[in-house]
Ligand binder design. Sequence first.
Ligand SMILES: NC(=O)c1ccc[n+]([C@@H]2O[C@H](COP(=O)([O-])OP(=O)(O)OC[C@H]3O[C@@H](n4cnc5c(N)ncnc54)[C@H](OP(=O)(O)O)[C@@H]3O)[C@@H](O)[C@H]2O)c1
Ligand SMILES: O=P(O)(O)OC[C@H](O)CO
Length: 346
Amino acid sequence: MSNKAAVLVAGSWGTALASVLADKDMEVALWTRSEAQQDEINTKHRNERFLPGVDLSPRLTATTDLEAAVTGAKAVVMVAPSSAVREVARSLKPFWHEDMLLVHATKGFEIESMKRMSTVIAEELGCEEGRIVVLSGPSHAEEVVKRCPTTVVVAAQDAAQAELAQDLFMNPYFRVYTNRDMVGVELAGALKNIIALGAGMSDGLGYGDNAKAALLTRGLAEITRVGVEMGANPLTFAGLAGVGDLVVTATSRHSRNWRAGFMLGEGKPLEEVLTQMGMVVEGIRTTKAAHAISEKYQVQMPIAAQLYHVLFEGLDPRTAVEALMGRDRKTEMEVMSLETWEQWHT
Ligand SMILES: NC(=O)c1ccc[n+]([C@@H]2O[C@H](COP(=O)([O-])OP(=O)(O)OC[C@H]3O[C@@H](n4cnc5c(N)ncnc54)[C@H](OP(=O)(O)O)[C@@H]3O)[C@@H](O)[C@H]2O)c1
Ligand SMILES: O=P(O)(O)OC[C@H](O)CO
């Protein structure tokens, strides 16, 4: 049995997951489109742009040759930003075959189609969506490469594939749970980024802990509401991919989504924020997708809707907060439609 895994691509999270696998004495090929990055990883064992100051395992080698990266691997781990997943999956297709485990760790949607990442990957590879595994949960790359204790969840409709992924990644500092609710885990991981942007914005505006707690709690309610309408198990949102990742992304200094939101709250324009970040901020694209999804499924997502107005229509963040505070009176428990509630209780 091969002891090789291929990881596509060499951003912060791809490099961190490749490091987890290298710590399990696997031979890890990290695919990048940049020759300079390939050379830096192979000669200096560093990826300074994405993980400055971190020494990488010599078991981890980088290559710009996708065929060489994937050939002989028992598992392929796709970690591209959501905007690049279709393109990367299409490039992978000629070299991938059914007996390779396929795990993805992207948190986002294809915005044009509103499709989840496993759907996009399955379409491009021409395989069953059920055999694709998603890895998600509260996990900042910067802490994983320092081997700080981290827990994640792997989900697949095919439980055997999820267990293979659990075996692949589980190590003393990286604890992996399984879940059958692929839809819920993918939705929770993508949608929490919107709420983290909002939490950062609230902090940037100088609002306090009450406001942040409100955003997290009511954010979780709206994520759960739309997730359940899209076929997710509501309990998934109380797990690592849901509340776990929401807490870490909305409160950690490592979070790009929180930091981008903070700068927006301080009054910086979106273009300036993105230039300053220099790394992917998935919540921005996901806000666009959520706006379309809430219309398609006729589900209220008030926080995502206000963020949409701020990000893409120039609404002042303070006015957005006033609009949220001034909404009609509600009961706290409106997290799913009566029809869906009955479905879960029969
Ligand atoms: N960072 C984390 O802690 C973390 C944790 C969990 C999940 N995630 C998720 O992981 C995904 C990737 O995030 P990240 O943090 O690794 O992003 P990142 O650090 O900003 O890196 C993005 C990487 O994607 C590459 N890339 C972009 N477009 C590409 C394309 N068309 N073809 C090939 N490579 C392309 C970039 O290469 P170039 O340098 O050549 O542009 C870069 O290596 C996101 O969905 C994120 O939400 C991240
Ligand atoms: O840095 P962020 O905001 O993209 O979040 C990274 C991970 O999703 C945290 O689990």
